[in-house]
Design a binder for this molecule. Structure first.
Ligand SMILES: NC(=O)c1ccc[n+]([C@@H]2O[C@H](COP(=O)([O-])OP(=O)(O)OC[C@H]3O[C@@H](n4cnc5c(N)ncnc54)[C@H](OP(=O)(O)O)[C@@H]3O)[C@@H](O)[C@H]2O)c1
Length: 300
């Protein structure tokens, strides 16, 4: 029998919180939960876990929700020697999770991920620590983010249990077919981040850096996704997010705008037809662009 949890444990549409400040995020999370999100994605590296926790508590109180109604993900910042940030060892990983729990004000985390493969020689110890945290009941599910086939093989070859999830940048311009087929063969569920990269409105606010090229930015106007969206009478964002869920990926749209939050979770009233799915399959441009420092799969 597979050790993989049924996917229904994790709602397919989660609310992303990267680039929402700790001051602003409580309001955003509370709003997102009030319009129907039950899955929230944050990370130690976003510096907003405290505000996320405040938003969760406010929404639970206002809406009469219990903790088990929500699925909360946060991530270990594993360290990165190349940035002068020593990789965390086993004990430091356990401490980092406990610190995240404290900031969030939660008794447990639904999904705890290693944010990137940048832990180098500590990667296996970090993964052992996540398994320990799961056994101790501090986290319900564990996984990784931005891991390649080689990083996953490293865990397999060390005789470790495989991650339940790998959160990776996935959208029509970064489709990662080889990684996804490796993950399917090893029963590792994909979670898609930065689904909205092809939009002309993606991270346009000042200070929201990425590796999106000028060509990609120019391609965002009059894009094939806009034309497809018109055909289905949905927004371009809905089309891009629907592509993800239709492929079987959970998605994590981030918005600080209430109307967009509503739109981004309303993905189940239409279906992209086979012809359009085949067209989108030909639009892959390769590596992810969400990290300004380049695709984090190559960090370790
Ligand atoms: N594991 C990792 O390494 C990693 C990396 C990146 C992201 N993530 C996670 O994935 C989440 C989503 O990724 P992301 O934040 O990079 O980007 P995203 O959700 O794909 O896109 C967000 C951007 O699109 C805009 N937007 C949102 N909804 C829209 C709509 N309906 N119409 C037009 N524009 C819209 C937002 O602006 P407004 O806010 O102004 O609406 C923002 O600029 C993150 O928040 C984070 O939780 C994980």
């Amino acid at each position: 029998m597979s050790a993989i949890p049924p996917l229904h444990a994790m709602p397919m549409v989660g609310f992303g919180t990267y680039l929402i400040s700790n001051d602003e995020v409580a309001h955003s999370v509370e709003s997102a939960i009030s319009v129907g999100y039950r899955h929230i994605d944050t990370a130690a590296g976003y510096g907003n876990e405290q505000g996320v926790g405040e938003g969760i508590r406010a929404a639970m109180q206002n809406l009469g929700l219990s903790r088990s109604d929500l699925f909360i993900t946060t991530k270990l910042w594993p360290g990165n020697a190349a940035w002068g940030d020593a990789p965390k060892n086993f004990e430091q990983t356990v401490e980092a999770c406990e610190h995240s729990l404290k900031l969030l004000g939660l008794a447990y985390i639904d999904l705890y991920l290693i944010h990137a493969p940048s832990g180098a020689e500590q990667r296996i110890n970090q993964w052992k620590a996540l398994q320990h945290l799961k056994q101790a009941g501090k986290v319900k599910h564990i996984g990784v983010s931005n891991f390649t086939e080689a990083h996953l093989d490293e865990l397999k070859n060390a005789g470790e249990a495989m991650p339940e999830f790998n959160q990776i940048e996935l959208h029509p311009w970064s489709q990662k077919p080889a990684l996804l087929s490796y993950m399917a063969a090893h029963h590792i569920h994909p979670i898609a981040y930065s689904s909205l990269v092809p939009l002309s409105s993606w991270r346009v606010a000042p200070g929201q850096a990425s590796a999106k090229t000028e060509q990609m930015k120019a391609d965002g106007t009059d894009s094939p996704f806009q034309r497809m969206a018109e055909k289905y009478k949905v927004s371009e964002a809905q089309l891009l997010l629907r592509w993800g869920v239709q492929k079987g990926y959970a998605v994590l749209p981030k918005s600080t705008n209430l109307e967009r939050m509503r739109q981004n979770i309303d993905l189940f009233g239409f279906e992209i037809d086979a012809e359009d799915m085949a067209l989108i399959a030909q639009m892959d441009r390769g590596d992810g662009v969400a990290w300004a420092t380049g695709d984090p799969r190559f960090m370790g």
